[in-house]
Every structure is written in C-alpha cells, then in structure tokens.
Design a protein around this ligand. Structure first.
Ligand code: UT7
Length: 330
C-alpha cells in the first residue's frame, strides 16, 4: 500500500427483505403494544425474511452494490469477511455461500466473524489490519443477519426488537487523506450471559431437551445490555477519537449500531453531541445487528448527509459482550 494512503470504505451496499412487520402486526402475536414498543425502543416496523428465503441473497445484493460503488468486480476481491450472529450452517458458516453466489476469483480466503452486533466494526478493523500488513488490497466486509430465524416469537421482550438485513463495505486503500483514522475494539467477557443462544453448540448440542427448553432461541438481559452499551459506546468513541487526534467537535456524523433510540439518546447526551448528528433508522428496520451500521450508512450517503471528507464515527455493542468504534474520514 502507498504509505500516503489509508484503508477506508470505497463502496457500501445494503439489502433488506420486502416483508414489513409493523408493531400492530406484533400485537396479534404477543402481548405487546405499539405504544410500548415505540416509547421503549423507537422501533415502528422491521423487515423479516419470509420462510424458505435464503439470507445469502441479501448479502449478495449488498455486496454487489458495494462493489459497484467501489468500481470493482467480485474477481478483484482478495478477502471476504462475513460478520454474523448465526451463520447459514454451523459448519462451514456463511462466507463460502456468499463467495459462491458472488462468483469470486480462485483461491480467495474468507472467514466468518462472530462478535455479536459489533461484528461489522470488528470486521472493518480486521480488514484495515490485513491491508496495512500489505498482504491484501480489496477486502469485502459483510454484516448478514436473519435474526427472525432464531428469535423466540413467544418472548415479547426480544421478538419486538429485531429485523433481518445485510450490509456490505469494500475496504481498500483510499486517496486524499480519506479512510480509517483510528479504531478502538473492546469487550467484557464476564458479561457473556447478557445475550446468548445456549442450544446447538458444544455445551448443549441439539437434543429433544434443548428443543423443549427453547434453548435454540436468543435470550437477553435487556437492562444489562442497555447500561453497558451507553457507557462503552462513549468510552470506545472517546478512545478512537483521541487516537485519531480529533475531538467530538470534529465529528460530522455518528452512525451507531441501531438497537434502541433511548440508548442512542443516552449516548448522545453523555458524549455531548446533538441527536441531529446521529444517523437513526431503527424506526424502520429494528435492530439488524451486524447489518445495522452499513444499512444506515447507505441511507445517509444516498440522501446526501454523509459527504466525502466528513469525519464519521461508527460505534457498536453486542453479544460477547463486545464493543467498538471506528473513526473514518469519508
Ligand atoms: O444489539 C444488542 C441487542 N440488545 C439490545 O440492544 C437491548 C438493550 N436493551 C433494551 O433495549 C431495553 O432494555 C429493552 C427495550 C429490551 C427493554 O426496555 P426496558 O425499559 O429496559 O424494559 P424492562 O425490560 O425493564 O421491562 C419493563 C416492563 C416489564 O414489565 P414489568 O415487569 O414492569 O411488569 C416487561 O415485562 O415491560 C415489560 N415488557 C413489555 N411490555 C410490552 C417487556 N417487553 C415488552 C413488550 N411489550 N414487548
């Protein structure tokens, strides 16, 4: 890589299913209300992948869009990272299916990255490192989720929160001082229990008992996630900005993981930035986990909010628990 250049996002893309499920629709399924969901989360509707549809199709659409914007073809890629909470198959994951669908070049390395909802931010940072090490040039980072497939539709405390979708970024060396200026990844393994799906792994392999105990669905301790998310989004963002030699006054846009409007508002208050600088679209998509940041980025770029040269912060929190922030010059 030319020492004058930094790895950055050369193209982004996103895809969501067509099926819209509103809060009113959920009132028919669980004991909840539009009023509760909107006031506690800000979510009004989400997209759900219909039964039988393969989520990989969303990832392929998002990746093609990102490649087009970067002016590249799938054959130009030299690494693929798919961040996801639950892959297409436990073995071999999601990435091989995405690579097959994209018809990437021969001998392309790929892997799945599991870091909860922080997966996209982790993926960008890994891609940055691969490029800085001089071994790779065009890295595709995808966030892909079909959370509806392992959401417990009998559990009102979780099923109202999530949505399906995919987002993608092509990371490559960028000109003119653009690219990733700094990043801060973090985690707290002692809090692993806050978000979990216990069944189907090594500890509790699938069995009639795990099915009966509904262990193949996501469980969440929402209050614990909320508190640590607000604290750690601020901490990782401050650290990344400091490393970039910037302050909050330099930030044009924050594009956070879209989980809960109240979390974003509490972060904004703590960090000291107006809500107008925070890109929010969770009202229409819910929490799409690893896909939420790229979906929001695509919208904010398409409507002209984010422009080349802007300082953009991406920050997230998720299962693990993991946290991370990336500062970019767009
Ligand atoms: O990407 C990371 C993924 N996770 C998150 O981001 C989650 C972070 N946490 C949150 O967003 C919030 O904690 C929630 C939205 C999950 C919950 O909001 P809360 O203000 O922390 O509510 P709560 O869990 O304290 O529940 C308050 C009440 C409870 O009833 P009681 O015990 O006070 O009678 C719940 O049973 O609300 C009840 N409740 C509901 N009521 C209607 C929980 N879910 C629902 C629901 N509809 N869907």
């Amino acid at each position: 890589m030319n020492p004058e250049q930094r790895p950055g996002i050369a193209g982004i893309g996103a895809a969501v299913p067509d099926l819209v499920i509103t809060n009113k629709d959920l009132e028919e399924i669980v004991d909840t209300s539009d009023e509760w969901i909107v006031s506690r989360t800000g979510i009004r509707e989400r997209r759900i992948l219909p039964k039988g549809e393969d989520p990989i199709g969303l990832a392929i659409r998002a990746a093609r869009q990102a490649l087009d914007q970067a002016g590249l073809s799938p054959q130009d890629l030299d690494f693929v990272i798919t961040a996801t909470n639950l892959p297409e198959m436990p073995i071999p994951g999601s990435s091989p299916f995405l690579c097959e669908g994209l018809k990437v070049g021969k001998d392309l390395p790929f892997f799945d990255l599991i870091a909860g909802c922080t997966g996209f931010v982790y993926g960008l940072t890994v891609a940055e490192g691969l490029i800085q090490a001089g071994r790779h040039e065009n890295v595709l980072v995808v966030g892909l989720e079909a959370l509806s497939r392992f959401t417990d539709w009998q559990d009102r405390s979780t099923c109202v929160l999530f949505g399906d979708g995919a987002g993608a970024a092509v990371v490559r060396p960028m000109p003119d001082g653009r690219g990733i200026l700094a990043s801060c990844l973090s985690g707290d393994s002692s809090q692993w229990h806050l978000l979990r799906m216990e069944g189907g792994g090594i500890k509790y392999p699938a069995s009639p008992q795990t099915l009966e105990r509904r262990m193949h669905f996501l469980k969440m301790e929402g209050g614990g996630v909320f508190k640590s998310a607000v604290l750690m989004m601020e901490r990782t963002t401050q650290k990344a900005l400091k490393e970039a030699g910037l302050t909050k006054e330099d930030v044009d846009w924050v594009v956070p993981h879209q989980a809960n409007y109240r979390i974003l508002k509490a972060f904004a208050d703590r960090f000291g930035i107006p809500m107008e600088k925070i890109v929010v679209n969770l009202d229409r998509y819910g929490n799409t986990s690893t896909a939420s940041i790229p979906i929001a980025l695509v919208e904010a770029q398409a409507d002209g909010r984010i422009r080349p040269g802007d300082v953009v912060v991406l920050n997230a929190f998720g299962a693990g628990v993991t946290y991370g922030a990336v500062v970019l010059r767009w």
